[in-house]
Structures are given as structure tokens and as C-alpha cells.
Design a protein around this ligand. Structure first.
Ligand SMILES: NC(=O)c1ccc[n+]([C@@H]2O[C@H](COP(=O)([O-])OP(=O)(O)OC[C@H]3O[C@@H](n4cnc5c(N)ncnc54)[C@H](OP(=O)(O)O)[C@@H]3O)[C@@H](O)[C@H]2O)c1
Length: 224
């Protein structure tokens, strides 16, 4: 049994991932920021831990992560949250999680980022600019860390039922992908040690998720 700590566990991807991990017999520790979300994580088969990544110290988060085999960061400030919270959650929360994972001795780290964040089309100056900058810089910090990272960069997320199939590559070209399939992809990466050191974009496609991870893990990774 693997123990996976999920930061952003009550999010739309996070909840799907907690359920998937519980179904396959892994232990999911869901880091959430509201009291009522702790019970929701338990109903999905995980264990909720109350912690806000905008106010927690690195030691507090490390304590929550201690004993886990892997950390997944899938938190985000969300639509309409404004540039300040893009910085404090999407960047600050991710960097705090990286530091806490190191402190806790949890070396495996899967980051949910976004497609095209290093080279956005017309980012402007508002929320979108703050978002892509936060994601890009958090990813850059993670790549430079000593953690065994995998960075997943989905296209536009949908709530359509998952197909179990994706297109996964360093660059996929634009497209959308269901949150079901992203959650399945995270779970597949956690099962494939060779996915460490890879940064992939993902959109809807025709390759079964586990096969896509195995095939892409054989390619030269971004860290290699
Ligand atoms: N939307 C897209 O098309 C798209 C595309 C590519 C990548 N992404 C990224 O994919 C990731 C997951 O997406 P999603 O749809 O699952 O997002 P989501 O439903 O908004 O989930 C994000 C979670 O982060 C939590 N969170 C926010 N601030 C926090 C804090 N200070 N401390 C702890 N947790 C906090 C939220 O808590 P609450 O539930 O309390 O709000 C929420 O549960 C995000 O990083 C997003 O940026 C999104």
C-alpha cells in the first residue's frame, strides 16, 4: 500500500484522485482548508487533514506529509480569485509544499500545472498573467529541486466522463481533457517510478492512460 498526500484534495481533481487511490487500496491523506472538507475526504475513502497553504508554516505542512510515499500538489486559487491569490496559492503553496516534502523526507512529488504556462499566448496583465507566471515559476522551482518530480500540464479541464485515454507528450498541441482522466493520469504516474524527471502536457487522446505513462517514461526526460 502506498500513502499519498494530496494538497488541494477537495478540489475537482483532488476528490477524483482520493477516490481512485482508495479504490485501488492506497492510502490518501487529503490536505484541505475547511473543517467541513475533512468529512468529505473521509466519505471518499481518504483521511482529511486541515491545513491552509497560504498560512501554514513549512514545519506544519511537513508534519502532515510525514510518512507519505508521495505528495501531489493539485491546489489552485481558482477562477476569479485575483492575481494576489494566484501568487499565494499557485506559486506560494506549491513552493511551500516542495519545501515541506523535502523536510518530511518525502521525495516523490507530482505537480498539476497547466498547458503552455511557460510561453502563454497574449498573457496580458491580469489574472491570467499572474496564473501562468505562478505555475511556470513553481514548476521551475520544482525542476531545480532534489525531489523526484513529475509535472503534468493539462489543457482546459472538463467535467466530462473520463475515457481512460489521453494524449501525453512534452508538447501535445492545444486541447481539453477531462478531470477524470487527469486524476487517472496522476494515479498512473504514482505507479510508475520512471515517470520522475518528466514534464508532460496532456489532452484528450487515444492512448490508454497507463500505456501513455509507460511509453512516455521511456523517452528522454526533462531532467535527463
Ligand atoms: N481549470 C482549468 O482548465 C485548468 C487547466 C489546467 C490546469 N489547471 C490546474 O489544475 C489544478 C486542479 O484543478 P481543479 O479543477 O481540481 O481545481 P479546484 O477544483 O479549484 O481545486 C483546487 C483546490 O485547491 C484548494 N485550495 C485553494 N486555496 C487553498 C489553500 N490556501 N490551502 C489549501 N487548499 C487550497 C481549493 O480549496 P476550496 O475547495 O476550499 O476552494 C480547492 O479544493 C489547479 O492547480 C488548476 O490551476 C486548471
Amino acid at each position: 500500500m502506498t500513502t499519498v498526500a494530496i494538497i488541494g484534495a477537495h478540489g475537482k481533481i483532488g476528490r477524483r484522485l482520493v477516490r481512485l487511490l482508495a479504490q485501488r487500496g492506497d492510502k490518501a491523506i487529503g490536505v484541505v482548508r475547511r473543517t467541513e472538507q475533512v468529512g468529505a475526504i473521509a466519505e471518499l475513502g481518504g483521511t482529511g487533514v486541515l491545513l491552509d497553504v497560504e498560512s501554514a508554516t513549512v514545519e506544519e505542512l511537513a508534519e502532515a506529509l510525514t510518512g507519505a510515499d508521495a505528495v501531489v500538489f493539485t491546489a489552485g486559487a481558482g477562477a476569479g480569485s485575483g492575481p494576489v491569490r494566484k501568487r499565494t496559492v499557485d506559486y506560494g503553496g506549491a513552493v511551500l509544499a516542495q519545501a515541506a516534502a523535502s523536510l518530511a523526507g518525502v521525495h516523490r512529488f507530482v505537480q498539476v500545472s497547466g498547458m503552455g504556462v511557460d510561453d502563454p499566448v497574449d498573457p496580458g496583465t491580469g489574472d491570467w498573467a499572474a496564473y501562468v507566471r505562478a505555475k511556470s515559476e513553481a514548476d521551475s522551482r520544482l525542476r531545480a529541486s532534489e525531489l523526484r518530480w513529475t509535472i503534468l500540464r493539462p489543457g482546459a479541464l472538463t467535467d466530462a466522463p473520463g475515457s481512460g485515454r489521453v494524449r501525453l507528450a512534452e508538447s501535445t498541441g492545444p486541447g481539453s481533457v477531462s478531470r477524470d482522466d487527469v486524476a487517472a493520469l496522476i494515479a498512473a504516474c504514482l505507479n510508475e517510478p520512471a515517470s520522475a524527471g518528466h514534464q508532460w502536457e496532456v489532452r484528450a487522446g487515444s492512448t490508454p492512460v497507463a500505456q501513455a505513462v509507460t511509453e512516455q517514461s521511456r523517452t528522454t526526460g526533462a531532467a535527463s
